[in-house]
Design a binder for this molecule. Sequence first.
Ligand SMILES: O=C(O)CCC(=O)C(=O)O
Ligand SMILES: [Fe+2]
Length: 297
Amino acid sequence: MTAIDFEALLAEELAKSLGSSEQKSEKENGKEVVAKTANESLEHYLSENNEKTKQNKKAKKMKLSNDYKLKSPIGSTYYIRNYITPTEESDIMEKIMDSRVKNEWVQLKRRKLLCFGEKAKQSKGNEKKKESELAMAKWCELLIDKICNDSEIFDEHHRPNHILINNYEIGEGIMAHKDGPAYYPLVCILSLHSAITILFFQKPPVVRKSEDGHSLIQLKPNPVLQVILEPRSLFIFRDDLYHHYYHMILEADNDVIFDTCVNHNLTFPTFSVGDVLPRKQKRVSITIRHFYYQDTD
Ligand SMILES: O=C(O)CCC(=O)C(=O)O
Ligand SMILES: [Fe+2]
């Protein structure tokens, strides 16, 4: 595709997409200028990079499957540092904090969430649904394209069609859970802002509240696997780990590094067992999966 075709296509898509911002004309020093929004630059970046990756398809795909595999005792896990740039990170933040999606966030007790894409129809008698439901935004599709171009990890029948965004303020987390049979057993998690660790367990661990009642302290057992999720990183887990293990993010202000941490010497800075990783600001995760559409009517 030529650059000119590409730009025309992009402009058309931008106008259509839910998340796109219209270009605003502004007067600057008496001159009419077209404001380029952060939202637009995100889509531009992602589209451009996707084109480049497609041209160099084979090399890139090899890279994701070999170079980023963690030495994990269970299942296959991949960790890619700096999967997106700081600019893309702040552009995504703008997208998801945009006034047009502001009312779509669903506040839960210990986090809030926003959902784009496919979703099961509610079966009769189901409780009020908890997730918000937005059509897949253009930037989400481009992010999915990027992941699919970079690796062969998703086959064409299981292309991600569902994006769940979790917003955790400092001290918030997600209880031990499995993602369950509604999804293809392959999860990509893109992290923004604060670094945090994700813990995997054979059974949900015993936890108790800290003395100030603010955080949950994880008591026992230690996780079978811990992965540090730095800002802008992409973490992938699948298969056994998906089906048979619980994952959680502790409701705490910081994370302690366990001897089951598989990437403490791959991060910047690196960590040693027993070190404390403070959560300095909120964390946002973008969970990218293929949802099995179920028509329950
Ligand atoms: O925030 C995360 O990294 C994990 C999110 C998660 O486990 C989920 O949405 O099912
Ligand atoms: Fe999960």
